[in-house]
Structure formats: C-alpha cells, structure tokens
Design a protein around this ligand. Structure first.
Ligand code: ZN
Length: 585
C-alpha cells in the first residue's frame, strides 16, 4: 500500500471478481479508488487499514464487485427507432426502415437517442461502449460526456452501393475520410479521456476499395481503431464473390487487399469459413458477437471456432431495432445458450461445455476492453487501472442461492441486480439512480415523436395484419389513429383484396402519402391541438412530419418520387386532427 492514505472511495466487504490475468476472486475484498483509478485492491482489513480517511467508505455486505461491462457494438442513434423494424429481413430492415430513419434524424434527435441509449447501457452495467457508427458524432459526444460513460465513437461512412437514401448518396471518399479526421481532432481524448474517436465503415457493400484502404492507413497513423460490420449475411458474401471474383466472402477479400489489422473491430462476423477465421486470428482482428441480433436476422456465428483459434471475441447488443433490449447482461446469457445450442446443430451432438460462464464473462469484460483497444486501462479490476466497476446485489430472487457466483452472474443475473456503476472513478449510477441527468425528464425527450410513431405504427401493423388474416375494420383504424372526424381517408382500406400483394403495397404507400400530405396541410391546426393537449413539446409539427416521413419511407423505399409529385399538388384534402393524446386512444 504505497498510496497516500486518503482515498475518494473505499468499497469493502465485497465479493471481488477481478477478471485479471489470474482470474483472481476475493471473498471479503476491498477496492480503494483515488481520482479516476484503482489505488488498492485486497482483503478488506488491509485496504481499510491503509485508507482510514476515505471520503466515502461503503460496506458492500457481500455484494459482488465486477469490472464495468464493455458493449462493443452499439448504435446509439437507433434508440429512437426501437420497434420500427421487427420481423423483417436484413435488407428490408436496412434499406426500407433504418437508413430512411437515420438519414432523417436531426442532431437533436441524435443527442436524445444517445442519452436514452446511455441510460439503458448504464442500467445493464456498461461503463464503456463502441459506437457502431452514426451521423452526428458531436451530439453523441455531448451525450456521453453528460452521462459519464466511456466510449469509442464512430461516424458511419458509405461512399457507394445500392439503397442509400438520397441525402446520403453524395458522400465522396474524400469527404468520408476528412469528416472523420475533423471529428478526431475535435473529440478524441476529450471528457477527461473518456471519449475516443474511431473510424467507421458501414459494410463492404457500401465501401470502395479506396475508402477501405485509406481508412486503414489513416486509423493506423492516428493510432485508433476501425469499426465495421463484416460478413453479416450470406448475401453479402455472395455479392463480394460475384463482384470481386474470389472464392469466399468479405473476409477473404479483405485479407486479399491487406485490410485486416489488429485495430479492426469486426461486428457480427457470422458467415466465416475456416480459412477466414484464421485470417482474423493471424491479423489480430477483434470480433463483436451480438447474439440477439444474430438470432433475429443473421445466423449462427462460429464463435467457439473463433475463440479456439485465438480470436478475441467480445459482446455487443447492436442497436435497439435489431435487439430491442439493450442489455449486455441479457447478451451474456444468450451468448452462452446460443453457442451451446449451435454445437448440437452443427455436430449433431450436444456440447454443454461450449462457452462456459468464465469465458462469457471474459467476453463482456476483458475481451471487450481488448476489442476497443483499451485493455491497458479497463476490462479488469487491477491496481493502476481506471475505476470502471459495478456493484451487483445477488441477494435477490433472481440470483439466490449462490453456489457458483460466476455462473450466477452469467446465467441468473438481471440488469435489475446491478445497483451501482462507477466510470472513471465517478458514480454514474448509485443505488439504481442515474446520477448525471434527470432520467424522468430524459425519457420524455422523444415525446415529440413518440406518440405519433406509436399511433402510426399501430396503424401500419393493423394494415399489415389485415393482409395476413384478411380482416380489417375501418373503425379500428379510426380509433387507433384518432382521426375520428375523417374516416373517409381510410374508405378504401376495408375493401382492398388482401391476397393481392401488389394492391396491398400500393395501398400502404398511398395511405401514408395522404397522411403526410394531410398533416402538412393542417400544420397550424395541429400545432394548436398539440399545445392544448400538452403532449408534445417544441417543434411539434416538424417532429411529427419527420416521424411520418420516416414511417412512410419505411413502408416503401421508392416513396420519394411519388411523394414529391403528390406533394406539389396544392389541392390537398383537409383532415381534422383531433384527440391525439395517447390517453384518448
Ligand atoms: Zn450494427
């Protein structure tokens, strides 16, 4: 104990799971935090004796102390899109729903989305995350600084490919690189060193070779990382094989052009063959395994094979519209079960020893730290490392009894067991209270778009379900959308023949075009109604309109032309909007 005998925080009488090289676990252990780092770690009696005058001395009464979790694949911008793309294939998800949504976001949306996402991350014990790539990195940084989290932030870049929204398709290779260099200059190592700027590549289908190789070189020059979705779906591999004339998918091609480096964080990496796993292993590429997202849209990733060949595999939640629950705690549970289950699927025989609890816990902690190139400072509880830690209360219905604490952390723990979270020596959640912002107030931030999204999404789902079961009642639509005074807008809905897909497709599109048009035509009236109802806040109409466009885009990717044409028609019918508050539904 060489530190001066004063500490900011001493946590004692804890079950300390260090995740250090020796996987040391301490019963009745303690940690002393000085400033942003761990100054001492050892038996409670020793640490208490060495730091008798700590500003805060907390008896954890047997609770578990763990390193903060590292979530290595998060789309903070997508938090506001939770629920807009369930049960669709990946290309529909991407081209028809998410890109239209993301490309219509404002900076303010990105800030609100990151705050909301951050709350969920903190509640699941995450202290550090890797942003998968969004548009407004400065707004993400502003939110991360406030939340107190640690993050590797990344701008999403695309300089070619199909399906890009109109306002994204003009980004040149030079712009992609320069804008990221600018962000690096502005935000790297800010917020007391908690924010780092990485380079982003959305995926190979939207990146030219020049963008890939310049990104590789600039990231290396700046000594930072690259985050990229790699080998997500079979279609991606097939396209790469066809267009690049190689015998397997993305990884084979990336190896061929000498793109693979140890600062590359590859998200998903589901469709890899054996040689490609060894390319990753040799180059030291890190992988972010996102089990929930993989099960929804991608497939079984060869995680056990990657781990066996020495690839550093970490865990990510992906974004809210591809997982819905942004909890790394849930991902640990899923990672173990899915990869045990996959053994039976690929070899015809069960293997319950695949991905044991210790391995999964390492994926969420020290492997996560390695994946974000920060393991010299985080990922384990060790003297000298940053004080990024979480306090788990296992004495609840979900975790008792504690026959094997490590197994219970992976197989039994819920986010609700996490009581307190410290990042960089500061409590960012204490006794389940988020410290740096008003959580209730933040949750009401997206109220501008939320009621409308939910109302319209309810409408869309109703139409979609009518297509499946052939039943649709006009009055239900009227009730759901609260367009009680103008049911005429839906007059054609009950009569459309559900067995004709084309008709249904046209129906949806025309319906939403009319809604958007009507909304815009009635903006003043709508604004007044909103103010009177008191549900929406500022910029109600703009937000409303944006949300509607998002949803309309989601219904049909080729909506733009028709919208522009009809939007110019000044003879729009008038629709009276009434009773839009959710309580009146
Ligand atoms: Zn992603």
């Amino acid at each position: 104990m060489t530190e001066e005998a004063s500490a900011d925080v001493v946590l004692h009488n804890a079950y300390v799971v260090t995740m250090d090289g020796a996987l040391m676990v301490l019963r009745n252990g303690a940690i002393a935090v000085v400033g942003d780092h761990i100054a001492a770690l050892g038996p409670s009696a020793d640490v208490l004796a060495a730091f008798p005058r700590a500003a805060q001395t907390l008896d954890l009464a047997g609770r578990i102390l763990l390193p903060g979790f590292v979530n290595t694949h998060v789309h903070t911008s997508q938090q506001l899109a939770r629920g807009i793309a369930d049960d669709v294939d990946l290309l529909t998800w991407l081209h028809g729903r998410i890109w239209p949504y993301e490309s219509h976001m404002t900076e303010e949306d990105s800030y609100a989305s990151t705050l909301l996402c951050g709350i969920e991350l903190i509640r699941s014990g995450v202290t550090c995350f890797a942003e998968a790539g969004g548009q407004y990195v400065s707004e993400m940084a502003r939110a991360v600084e406030l939340l107190g989290l640690r993050a590797c932030l990344t701008k999403s870049t695309m300089d070619c490919g199909d399906g890009l929204p109109p306002n994204w398709s003009t980004c040149s290779t030079d712009d992609c690189i320069q804008s990221q260099k600018d962000l690096y200059g502005k935000h790297h190592n800010t917020a007391d060193g908690r924010i780092r700027i990485w380079f982003g590549l959305r995926q190979i289908m939207n990146a030219t070779d020049r963008l890939l190789l310049e990104t590789r070189d600039v990231a290396q020059e700046l000594n930072t990382g690259i985050h990229m979705h790699i080998a997500e779906i079979q279609y991606e591999n097939q396209l790469v094989m066809r267009t690049k004339e190689i015998d397997h998918g993305t990884v084979t091609y990336l190896e061929k052009i000498d793109f693979l480096r140890s600062n590359l964080l590859a998200a998903h990496s589901v469709w890899l063959n054996e040689p490609e796993i060894s390319h990753f292993s040799k180059a030291g590429v890190k992988v972010s395994h996102c089990p929930a997202s993989a099960m929804r849209m991608l497939g079984f990733a060869p995680i056990k094979e990657m781990l066996d060949s020495g690839v550093c595999v970490s865990l990510g939640t992906d974004g809210a519209p591809s997982n819905n629950r942004m909890s790394i705690v849930d991902e640990m549970y899923l990672a173990s079960l899915i990869n045990k289950g996959r053994e039976a699927y690929i070899s015809g025989t069960t293997n319950p020893t695949a991905l044991p609890a210790e391995t999964v816990l390492a994926m969420a902690t020290i492997n996560g730290a390695k994946a974000v190139l920060w393991d010299n400072e985080i990922g384990s509880l060790e003297v000298g490392k940053k004080a990024d830690l979480i306090v788990v209360n296992p004495f609840k219905w979900s975790m008792l009894p504690l026959h094997d604490s490590i197994a219970n952390i992976v197989y039994c723990m819920r986010s609700e067991n996490i009581e307190s979270v410290m990042c960089n020596g500061q409590w960012i959640m204490k006794d389940q209270r988020i410290m740096n912002l008003n959580e209730g107030g933040t949750l009401s931030l997206p109220a501008d778009m939320y009621p409308l999204c939910s109302i319209l999404w309810g409408l869309w789902k109703l139409i979609a379900s009518a297509g499946r079961n052939g039943k649709l009642h006009g009055y239900e639509l009227v009730n759901i959308t609260c367009l009680k005074h103008n049911p005429g807008i839906f007059a054609e809905v009950p009569t459309y023949p559900p067995h004709l897909f084309r008709r249904r497709y046209c129906m949806r599109r025309s319906l939403f075009i009319r809604i958007v048009k009507a909304c815009e035509a009635n903006s003043n009236y709508f604004k007044q109604r909103r103010n009177a109802a008191g549900v929406m806040g500022f910029n109600a109409f703009q937000k409303l309109s944006a949300a509607m466009r998002v949803i309309a885009y989601g219904i049909s990717a080729d909506y733009t032309d028709e919208y522009l044409r009809i939007g110019k028609d000044t003879t729009s019918e008038s629709v009276v909007w009434a009773n839009l508050s959710p309580s009146s539904q």
